[in-house]
Structure formats: structure tokens, C-alpha cells
Ligand binder design. Structure first.
Ligand code: SAH
Length: 213
């Protein structure tokens, strides 16, 4: 077996052993090559289960966390999904395999541009990326069946709750500090929201306004 094939097999094994068991999610993660989303010095560590640095001082999340969040989101092929925190574009690319349409937003123009180039190169035509402050969601495209936030806020932002369809699911990290955060799953019902705490996590913070580049 080639080195790359073996590393990919280990990658999938690590996902399964950390609780990513949904076959559709595993297939999507097998299809989307994380190596394409990591550049420079760290490229040869793309198949390790760890977060890695990307442009603008941000990080591409740990693959098992990407898998667990995607799994918790229960995406169906009819869904319109919103992601806040495009970063490298990796999470959006995985969602594109599972959903009808993916909108992704980042406050850094440069990250959005780089991710758009990758989506085009990989022929992922059902993703639209915008530069914006994602705390306000995307009112023009709302409501959404699923919302995923990949940066941590103190609480679920009100505009995102408002842009979630009834029956919709949102998965996001929340917490008051950089070190103690919980991944939560919010489900919208006819009369309100249900909150379920999934596990401790550590994400970069959700920051107000647009980035400098
Ligand atoms: N999902 C990404 C990882 C995201 S890292 C991936 O798969 O690679 C978190 C991202 O959230 C960063 O790129 C950061 O710029 C972005 N971010 C932080 N605050 C934001 C905000 N208010 N609106 C939009 N994006 C934000």
C-alpha cells in the first residue's frame, strides 16, 4: 500500500474510534481530501487527528470534531445548510456532500477567497461563500434547515436562532472563555428551542466585525 493510502486508512480508523460512525459522514470524509485544505509546512500532517494552522491566524478543526459535529447535525440531502466560520473550507466541503446547498460565511476576506478557489478546483458547485460577520447569519438566504458554527460564542447568537427553521438543528461551541467550551445541539420546535450538551471542545472565538484582510 502507498504511504498516502495507508495514511488515509488510518485517518478513517481514527475517526471511527473517536465516535464518528455515521456511514454517510464517513463516506463524505473519505471523499474530501483534507490534504487539499492544509498548505505549506503542515501539509504532510493533514491526515493526523489534530487542528492545524491556516491563514489569518485561524485553524482548520480536528477531523474527529468535524466528523462529530457533522454527525450531530443530521444533514439530509434536501437541506439548506449555513456554516459560520469558513476557515479553510474543509467543513463546508464535507457538508456539500450531504446537503442540497451550503452557504458559508467568514469574517476574513482572504480565507473566503482561498476557500472559493478550492471549491471551484474540486468542482463543489453547491457551496456559496460570503465575507461577512456571521453573528448576524445570512438574512437574505434564511431560513436554514441546519446551522453549524465553527467559532465559539458566549451563547447561541439570536439572529442564528431566528434563522433556523422549525424542526431545524444548529450545532455550535459555546463558552465564556477560550479554554472551557461546550459543543451544544439546539433543536427548534413549534414553541421554542431544546438544548443538548454534547462534549467539551476548544475553538477559536467568534469575533465581531470583519477581519483586517
Ligand atoms: N470550519 C473551518 C474552521 C474554522 S476556524 C474549517 O473547516 O477549516 C473559525 C473561523 O471562524 C475562522 O476562520 C474565523 O475567521 C471565523 N470567524 C470568527 N468570528 C467570525 C464571525 N463573527 N463571522 C464569521 N466568521 C467568523
Amino acid at each position: 500500500m502507498t504511504d498516502t493510502a495507508e495514511r488515509k486508512m488510518r485517518f478513517l480508523y481514527a475517526l471511527r474510534s473517536r465516535g464518528v460512525t455515521d456511514t454517510r459522514v464517513l463516506t463524505a470524509m473519505e471523499r474530501i481530501d483534507r490534504g487539499a485544505f492544509v498548505k505549506g509546512l503542515f501539509a504532510d500532517r493533514a491526515y493526523e487527528d489534530m487542528p492545524l494552522p491556516i491563514s489569518c491566524g485561524q485553524t482548520i478543526s480536528q477531523p474527529s470534531i468535524v466528523g462529530l459535529m457533522t454527525q450531530a447535525l443530521s444533514v439530509t440531502p434536501r437541506d439548506k445548510v449555513l456554516e459560520i466560520g469558513t476557515g479553510s473550507g474543509y467543513q463546508a466541503a464535507i457538508l456539500s456532500q450531504l446537503a442540497r446547498r451550503v452557504y458559508t460565511v467568514d469574517r476574513h476576506r482572504r480565507l473566503v477567497r482561498e476557500a472559493q478557489d478550492l471549491f471551484q478546483a474540486l468542482n463543489l458547485t453547491n457551496i456559496t461563500a460570503f465575507t461577512a460577520d456571521g453573528s448576524f447569519g445570512l438574512p437574505d438566504q434564511a431560513p436554514f434547515d441546519r446551522i453549524i458554527v465553527t467559532a465559539a460564542a458566549e451563547d447561541a447568537p439570536g439572529p442564528l436562532l431566528a434563522q433556523l427553521k422549525i424542526g431545524g438543528i444548529m450545532v455550535l461551541p459555546v463558552g465564556q472563555s477560550d479554554t472551557v467550551q461546550s459543543l451544544i445541539k439546539v433543536t427548534r420546535h413549534e414553541t421554542g428551542f431544546d438544548y443538548e450538551e454534547l462534549r467539551p471542545v476548544r475553538f477559536v472565538p467568534l469575533v465581531e466585525g470583519l477581519g483586517p484582510e
